[in-house]
Design a protein around this ligand. Structure first.
Ligand SMILES: Nc1ncnc2c1ncn2[C@@H]1O[C@H](COP(=O)(O)OP(=O)(O)O)[C@@H](O)[C@H]1O
Ligand SMILES: [Mg+2]
Length: 241
């Protein structure tokens, strides 16, 4: 059983691709209302961690508890439990319109009455998407596609939103706007967020707590502020000597 009342609690998680170990003994927790970041270099295992929680990838050892219950090992059930992943590279449906992409995000919902209301809430967050409502997803800019991917995830009404490298491939000004939205989602709407990022300085600035993942293992943890000031983090992840 989990030791605390954390929203998400992972203990001693190990994940392999064939004979190659991608995660080793990973333990972390996310409390309700937090933004938790996992930072680490390319290949550290960040996406593997996201995919494992989302049950896209199976795990060999460890436990994952969500709201005090073992998390189902089934992608669909993970979403209905309240966890939605915005995957690395966004994965929006290029031939579908913005509206259709958003509706896809709501497919697991049993309560479909408030769909239009939820879509309006997404449009309040991202007015650009409303302007593009009938445009095909594939014709949107990278930043708009990231908005659509987040909007689509919100349509499933998650309790925990997971974001895999939301800044990847975006221009700095677009990244700033996206991160402001992430903070608003947390602060104004109370959404709990688990974020993985190679862009460590951005992630550490906005999160409450963070973990450092290195070749599949958690090597440090602390508040975003503490890690930003830590000489090892500064040298290895922020490029500051
Ligand atoms: N589908 C896969 N098959 C085999 N190895 C993989 C696969 N996906 C990732 N890996 C390996 O697992 C490790 C972690 O990858 P990943 O989780 O994608 O890291 P990150 O997201 O931090 O860049 C890397 O060594 C990577 O090569
Ligand atoms: Mg990745």
């Amino acid at each position: 059983m989990p030791a605390t009342s954390a929203l998400l609690e992972i203990h001693d998680l190990s994940v392999y691709y064939g004979g190659i170990r991608a995660l080793h003994g990973v333990s972390l927790r996310v409390e309700r209302g937090e933004i938790v970041a996992v930072i680490g270099a390319n290949g550290a295992g960040k996406s593997t961690l996201m995919k494992t929680i989302a049950a896209v990838k199976s795990y060999q050892n460890g436990t994952i508890f969500f709201e005090g219950q073992p998390l189902p090992k089934d992608t669909h059930k993970v979403v209905t439990s309240g966890i939605t992943l915005v995957p690395e590279g966004r994965r929006i449906f290029a031939p579908l319109s913005v509206r259709e992409n958003l509706l896809v995000g709501a497919y697991t919902r049993s309560n479909r009455q408030d769909l239009e209301k939820n879509m309006e809430e997404v449009f309040q967050l991202f007015p650009r998407l409303k302007e593009r409502i009938h445009q095909r997803g594939g014709t949107l800019s990278g930043g708009e596609q990231q908005m659509l991917a987040v909007g689509r995830a919100l349509m499933s009404q998650p309790k925990l939103l997971m974001l895999d490298e939301p800044s990847l491939g975006l221009a700095p000004i677009v990244i700033d706007a996206m991160f402001e939205t992430i903070v608003r989602l947390n602060r104004d709407l109370g959404l709990t967020i688990l974020l993985v990022e190679q862009n460590a300085s951005l992630a550490l600035e906005l999160c409450h707590r963070a973990y450092v993942l290195k070749t599949g293992e958690i090597v440090m943890e602390g508040t975003g502020k503490d890690l930003l000031e830590d000489p090892r983090v500064r040298a290895s992840y922020l490029g500051i000597k």
